[in-house]
Ligand binder design. Structure first.
Ligand SMILES: *Cc1c(COP(=O)(O)O)cnc(C)c1O
Length: 456
């Protein structure tokens, strides 16, 4: 199975050719999912005792299976949070795979972890956190949020008063679903402030004042959002930091999506106060142009994360080699064995320079402003709120939820675009509206115009 023969060499060339085509393509089909039964009928049995052979399996992939995906880097894929990994990053993702690096320990992954840490230092510098702050790359924002919540809870429980208490955290309904999901995993309760608009220090103050004595005792952390996934709204980080400091609460900022905008001079001030956070989540696979999957968690005091997460295997302290001792990423988040998933980001940063990241993120912000103007000038549509970061919420005047659904379906079916509706809280009801999220700097004004025209 592992031997090298002619077939393998040919297979390697075929796979490389596919990768080269995908990397060098200017535009590729937007793709569309199929039902599992349909796919099964197309490809038949593929996992068999003898195997169907690489050539055949690869043919099935190219002909049917690859087309049943919806690549998120298409310039007219503006749904959810799309992506746009740089070609340099994608290429180095291949290098990461073929290098077989176990990224848990410096002993095995020193070279790769060194590169990750160089990229991480740049990310930390964007946050303005004080000296000593540092982070690690995770599988995504969900794992980063969980790692941060567990670190905060363990720190809180070091005090005997709280040892047996179930913790409580406060966030707003604008927070990402992973906050609620990870609070469940960490077995902490969550209190949601009922606003999808900017959560302010005052809102937090009022919420804390309304807690019962016992709830206040259990409260240990606040999660603010640095760019809500739905609308790009950045909470009042400075105001929230002040309350957290006064109340001795852990201050986590979830900037999984918005964190990329820290690099943009035009948007940086919106994040003022982030430098006072105890922990921050940023997803390079969202707005730092890395391939999936790559998230990151950054701590003001990484040693607290180490106390919470270090697995301390007994087989680890046996290396005499000086070079084997260094930073162990496993100590700072929930995973042991891990891919050095920050490596593609490092190569892309080294290739293009950090100024290119500024330009590419500014373009996403600019596209949101441009789309906002086009919407204001178009009598069929209107803005639900001003564009925020790279998110634009707008309504097609007179449309019902089914109209949005149908429009999304038709545009996707024809391979033209993927733009999905979302819900926005309007008084006491939730209104179905349309939403753009710009990440890909290759999206053009013409793309936006065509999409708006398709609403007529
Ligand atoms: C996307 C997102 C997450 C989840 O990140 P994954 O990488 O998908 O796990 C968390 N928080 C926010 C604000 C997000 O936008």
């Amino acid at each position: 199975m592992h031997k090298i023969d002619i077939d393998l060499v040919e297979m390697t060339l075929d796979v490389m050719k596919y990768a080269i085509n995908r990397i060098s393509a200017v535009e590729h089909p937007i793709g569309k999912p199929k039902k599992e039964e349909e796919l099964k009928a197309l490809v038949g049995e593929t996992v068999t005792p003898e195997g169907v052979g690489g050539e055949y399996a690869f043919k099935l992939w190219r002909k049917y299976l690859s087309k049943a995906n919806v690549p998120v880097d298409h310039p007219r894929n503006l749904a959810f949070v799309p992506a746009s990994p740089t070609r340099a990053a994608v290429m180095f993702d291949l290098v990461t795979s073929v290098s077989s690096i176990h990224g848990a320990y410096w002993m095995e992954g020193a070279g790769g972890i060194f590169c990750e840490n160089e990229a991480m230092r740049w990310m930390v510098s964007l946050t303005g956190l004080p000296d000593g702050a540092f982070g690690v790359f995770t599988s995504g924002g969900t794992a980063a949020n969980l790692s941060a919540i567990v670190t905060a809870r363990e720190f809180w429980r070091k005090d005997d008063t709280y040892k047996r208490e179930k913790g409580l955290i406060i966030t707003s309904i604008g927070a990402h679903s992973s906050i609620k999901a990870m609070a469940k995993v960490a077995d902490v309760d969550i209190l949601l402030v009922d606003t999808e608009e900017k959560l302010t220090g005052e809102d937090l103050r009022t919420t804390i004042d309304s807690l019962s004595f016992y709830q206040r005792k259990r409260l240990f952390a606040v999660v603010a959002t640095g760019g809500t996934t739905n609308a790009g709204i950045i909470d009042d980080l400075d105001g929230i930091a002040t309350v957290c400091e006064r109340e001795k609460l852990w201050f986590h900022v979830d900037a999984a999506y918005g964190g990329g905008a820290l690099v943009a001079d035009s948007a940086r001030h919106l994040f003022n106060g982030i430098e006072r956070a105890d922990s921050i989540t940023i997803d390079p696979h969202k707005w730092m142009f890395s391939p999936y999957d790559c998230g990151a968690v950054i701590y003001k005091k990484p040693e607290l994360a180490k106390e919470a997460h270090s697995q301390q295997g007994s087989y680890l302290d046996i290396f005499k080699d000086e070079g084997a001792h260094g930073f162990n990423p496993t100590d700072y988040q929930i995973q042991l064995t891990r891919r050095v998933r920050g490596l593609p980001l490092w190569f892309s940063l080294a290739t293009h320079g950090t100024d290119s990241y500024k330009v590419a993120v500014e373009r996403g912000l600019e596209l949101a402003q441009i789309a906002g103007k086009m919407i204001e000038e178009n009598p069929n549509v209107e803005l639900v709120r001003e564009p925020s970061l790279s998110c634009v919420l707008f309504r097609r005047i007179g449309w019902q939820p089914e109209d949005y659904k149908h429009w999304t379906y038709e545009n996707h079916k024809s391979g033209f675009a993927l733009v999905t509706p979302t819900k926005w809280k309007n008084g006491d009801t939730f209104e179905t509206v349309s939403r753009f999220c710009f990440i890909n700097p290759d999206t053009t004004e013409k793309d936006i115009q065509m999409i708006l025209d398709s609403m007529e």
